[in-house]
Design a protein around this ligand. Structure first.
Ligand code: KIV
Ligand code: ZN
Length: 403
């Protein structure tokens, strides 16, 4: 039977931490409502010790979210955990997420602690968090650069102390898929009681591998994936929720796992984040980019108009995006042009269409993409009544317009 994978969304914590992505409390509440509609299992709402604003936002989200578990991040310090505990207290389902670094480089240069001290700290933090709530996640920061034997020890200590989820972050986006998959499988085999541990992964995208690493982790037994809308997050970002979701959904025959998401809210969540942060996406961003479902090449357009499956492996409607954007440019043929003209309400004879098409190609030499506005202008300025000369004149006017 297909296993459900828990989606832990950290858009409001790891994502919000990235420069240019800060959100105020109302914006966070709007985003949290979208995430709840989308059906993510856990919303990491912030890092309450960081600031009063972060604390208030986590608390407000905990008070309002209907379905998802609301998590607050904390280092292993007691005051961090208390602050997170207070902030998530109003939630129907709350989680404290506590973390400490376990790689030699972090322990030596950042924490100035040895392995025994880090082990003791992890144990103490999880036990203290348990006094606030039953649902406690422990993260071994920089796990992928940690000596695996020590990582297994820390995971065991956290589980013994009561951690209900153990997260394996690829904090600096250093892992490659086969290595990361092996690590997850080794944790299952090598940590005592490993087959029962609720394993989470948290991948950064420094080498562009965050989604691939998360998927291979799922194949190797991970139970939870941490990700963000539009892949936002520290540096090159976190694993992108929409890419993960659509990879598992579209290639379901490759997975014994599934996600309990309402996929039709993927695009609305992506657009809401863009609108709130003012940070646009690259046009060719997978799944949610402006061109993700656009076809310009004439041969592709012809195929898509006959049957979208010729060039589309998923439909825009699945992610809640209306319409299939045929982008008209110089590679487009008459068929695609006519289709768009008909959608805009124009019906032309073949001869008229030829004239519009000639005008259209001329515009294409000057502009990369021809907009609906251009087509309307071209079509309503006498193409049917006055013949070529009028069209050419009007087109000239149009080309001289300011874009
Ligand atoms: O990248 C990371 O290691 C983190 C932890 C706090 C989970 O964000
Ligand atoms: Zn992170």
């Amino acid at each position: 039977m297909s296993k459900p994978i828990t989606i832990f969304d950290t858009t409001l914590r790891d994502g919000e931490q990235a420069p240019g992505f800060g959100m105020n409390i109302n914006e966070k509440l709007r985003m949290a409502a979208q995430l709840d509609l989308l059906g993510v299992d856990v919303i990491e709402a912030g890092f309450p010790i960081c600031s009063q604003g972060d604390f208030d936002a986590v608390k407000a989200i905990a008070e309002t979210v209907e379905n998802a578990t609301v998590a607050g991040l904390a280092r292993t310090r007691e005051e961090d955990i208390d602050r997170a505990g207070e902030a998530i207290a109003p939630a129907k389902k709350g989680r404290i997420h506590t973390f400490i670094a376990t790689s030699d480089i972090h322990m030596e240069h950042k924490l100035k602690m040895n392995r025994d001290e880090v082990l003791a700290e992890a144990d103490k933090a999880v036990r203290h968090a348990k006094s606030w709530c039953d649902d406690v996640e422990f993260s071994a920061e920089d796990a992928t650069r940690t000596d695996p034997e020590f990582l297994f020890e820390v995971i065991h200590a956290a589980v013994e102390a009561g951690a209900t989820t153990v997260n394996i972050p690829d904090t600096v986006g250093y892992a490659v898929p086969w290595e990361f998959g092996q690590l997850i499988s080794d944790i299952r085999k090598r940590v005592p009681g490993g087959d029962k541990i609720n394993i989470s992964v948290h991948c950064h995208n420094d080498l562009g591998l965050a989604v691939a690493n998360s998927l291979i982790a799922v194949q190797n037994g991970a139970d939870q994936v941490e990700c963000t809308i539009n892949g936002i997050g520290e540096r090159a970002g976190n694993a992108s929720l929409e890419e993960l979701a659509m990879a598992i959904h579209t290639r379901q025959n490759q997975f014994d796992q599934h996600l309990n998401l309402n996929h039709q809210y993927i695009y609305p969540a992506s657009q809401t984040l863009i609108e709130i942060t003012g940070q646009n996406l690259q046009a060719n961003k997978a799944v949610v980019g402006q061109n993700a479902f656009s076809h310009e090449a004439g041969i592709h357009q012809h195929g898509v108009l006959s049957n979208p499956l010729t060039y589309e492996i998923m439909t825009p409607a699945t992610i809640g995006k209306k319409g299939n954007d045929i982008v008209l440019g110089k590679h487009s043929g008459r068929k695609a042009l006519n289709h768009r003209l008909e959608e805009l309400g124009f019906t032309f004879t073949r001869e008229e269409l030829d004239r519009v098409y000639d005008g259209f190609i001329e515009i294409c030499d000057r502009k990369k993409i021809v907009s609906d506005q251009d087509l309307i202008y071209l079509s309503t300025n006498g193409v049917t009544e006055l013949g070529d000369e009028f069209v050419q004149n009007n087109m000239q006017n149009m080309l001289n317009r300011e874009e």
